[in-house]
Design a protein around this ligand. Sequence first.
Ligand code: NIG
Ligand code: FE
Length: 385
Amino acid sequence: MTSVLVDGIGELVTNCPDLPGEAGILAGAALVVDGDRVAWAGPSAAAPGADRRIDVGGRCVVPGFVDSHSHLVFAGDRADEFTARMAGARYDGGGIARTVAATRGASDARLRALLAARIAEMRAQGTGTVEIKSGYGLTVGQEARLLRLAAEVTDETTFLGAHVCPDGVARADYLELVTGPMLDACAPFARWIDVFCEPASPHAFDGDQARAVLSAGRAAGLGLRVHGNQLGPGPGARLAVEFGAASVDHCTYLSPADIDALAGGDTVATLLPGVEFATRSPYPDARALLDAGVRIALATDCNPGTCFTSSMPFVIALAVREMWLTPLEALRAATAGGAAALRRDDVGHLGVGAAARLTVLDAPSYQHLAYRPGVPIARLLDVSG
Ligand code: NIG
Ligand code: FE
């Protein structure tokens, strides 16, 4: 195995308070990667030798971003919906059917190429780990196909057959399909199951329907995630806590009771401020969540309908500007928070033994992630021997 010394790090954010430095941040640092793992991190002056040396010239290094929520396997374009929303149109999930039609009609080769381009975009902006959902197939064969393609690029795959009820299919019949044959066909390619629990949408699922989906997923051995409280108040967040889901995502409309429930459970509240940006919605009250002791994550939700960005730095900047997170809170939510939302302890930090996914910034400090919005300063560092 080849070891690589990454030296000349102006500011190293490890997210590990027990490593040298203040609160997991060390100036004048170095880090050693052995194979695909972090083997050492500390002051540059104390760095051990290695087979190869990379000097990052005083730049800041942070853990690779953990984007714990995306819908990357799709074809087609819905820019017109975005334009209409900027002029005042509301989002209700109706446009999902357009992406389903385009995706069903795309070949494996086409979807694979689109997916590869989106993954490359993410890596070029510093994302080291990504979760990918199905949800634009909505038949047994199509959902299994999307998950098979997603599993080619990530271990974090999520079965979202319960995205919307397809046009022309009776809701009860569709739920039977999702919780039966579709789940059976998809489970081999999925780590997680998710449901769009949104009584405010005529296309999504209510609390009882979401409960049926989560119960079936759990029985099939999948971990649980929930799209909840995006378009209005609803049962999503509380259901997620009741089921011990790893994460409830969106959380745009949370009541004090929802926040109490989240504070009393171990479900991460994943905030997707790119969605509020691109749907002209109010931003979630991130400070209320943090003040209540709720664990939060930040993710892109990259999808053609509500937020077509692959950029975690953009999401961090929004979280700082619009949700009053400090730049450090936002970075932590985009790294360690995302890892918690995926129940992973090997990513989201740069402690010894962590996966060697390092993001380098063309900047002296992590603060520049929000300070220089729209400027491509973050990229995943190639530390292969
Ligand atoms: O997370 N809300 C449900 N699903 C996606 C949007 C899907 C779409 O509109 O294509 C989301 O926002
Ligand atoms: Fe989503």
